[in-house]
Design a protein around this ligand. Structure first.
Ligand code: C2E
Ligand code: MG
Ligand code: MG
Ligand code: MG
Length: 276
């Protein structure tokens, strides 16, 4: 009886693995098809300059449009894309869409700055890096309007390569932001070494800011250190006015979150819907 039970347990585990593999293959095919049909698009979330009370930036967030028109969020396909290597093509597609957006902003004389997310594999993607550098040098793109968000995991995996590449790219005028700050490694230690211009404090510290004294202490400290180092701070997941007021009192520079606006297909300050 005992062995019978463990056998059936093993069997069901094997079945589970098979199911998992099957869904992963299905998702991989879904992503490949979306890349081939150019069914990736960007949504934009406004970022508020707290001091001027104006929208100064927008973060571009990738979405996949399913064959039935349904919008698929990045958390559903980015992890699988990273495991299967398709992430390199997604990073390239996002970059091309970002270039189109920057060109559009330039034709409109729109001062909005655009931030994009690149994956942890971006610094090893030589085609992406060369496309990025070449694109930023073009006349019809204002490199100063682009901010590249990287996470600590991306930057720290091979810190010397990352620092060199970042400095190289920064020569075009583009800027870097350290995304999800505070949830990574020894955050402040790496911060000193990375040539970033903005720090995005992870949403998990901001969402609970009114309730948790520890979060307040952390956010205040990040703000003070950033000011001393000449870095700009962005708080993400700003979900109510109380949080926004607290951030203002800590001299945080920028706020992003549902309280200001949800991501949408439309660029802020503009009626036109970019459809790619
Ligand atoms: P992220 O870069 O930290 O982006 C912020 C995420 O938080 C976005 O989710 C955004 O919609 C969500 N968010 C914004 N404000 C609030 C708020 O007030 N409350 C809450 N609860 N959530 C808020 P989204 O668009 O689903 O993106 C999730 C993650 O997927 C991103 O996190 C980023 O890591 C990744 N991602 C998004 N776009 C790209 C891309 O183009 N390339 C790559 N490689 N990754 C991307
Ligand atoms: Mg981001
Ligand atoms: Mg973030
Ligand atoms: Mg985050």
């Amino acid at each position: 009886k005992e062995s019978g039970r463990s056998k059936s347990h093993l069997y069901s585990q094997k079945e589970q693995t098979k199911e998992l593999l099957k869904t992963r293959i299905l998702w991989k095919e879904k992503i490949e098809a979306a890349l081939a049909d150019k069914r990736l698009c960007l949504h934009f979330q406004p970022i508020l300059d707290i001091k001027t009370n104006q929208i100064s930036h927008a973060e571009a967030l990738v979405r996949m449009i399913d064959l039935d028109g349904e919008i698929i969020m990045p958390n559903s396909f980015i992890p699988i894309a990273e495991q299967s290597g398709l992430i390199n093509q997604i990073d390239l597609a996002v970059l091309q869409l970002a270039f189109e957006t920057l060109r559009f902003l330039q034709t409109q004389n729109n001062p909005l700055k655009l931030s994009i997310n690149l994956s942890g594999k971006a610094f090893n993607n030589t085609l992406l890096i060369s496309t990025l550098k070449e694109g930023l040098k073009q006349q019809d793109i204002d490199a100063k309007k682009l901010i590249i968000e990287v996470t600590e995991t991306t930057a720290v995996a091979n810190i010397n390569t990352a620092v060199n590449l970042m400095n190289d790219i920064k020569e075009t005028g583009a800027k870097f932001a350290l995304d999800d700050f505070g949830v990574g490694y020894a955050s402040f230690f790496y911060l000193r070494q990375l040539p970033v211009d903005y720090i995005k404090i992870d949403g998990s510290f901001i969402q609970t800011l009114e309730k948790h004294k520890e979060d307040q202490v952390f956010v205040k400290a990040v703000s003070e250190i950033s000011q001393l180092s000449g870095l700009k701070t962005i708080a993400e997941f700003v979900e109510n006015q109380t949080i926004l007021d607290l951030l203002a009192s800590y001299n945080i520079d920028y706020a992003q979150g549902y309280h200001i606006a949800k991501p949408s297909a439309t660029l802020p300050n503009n009626k036109l819907i970019l459809s790619h």
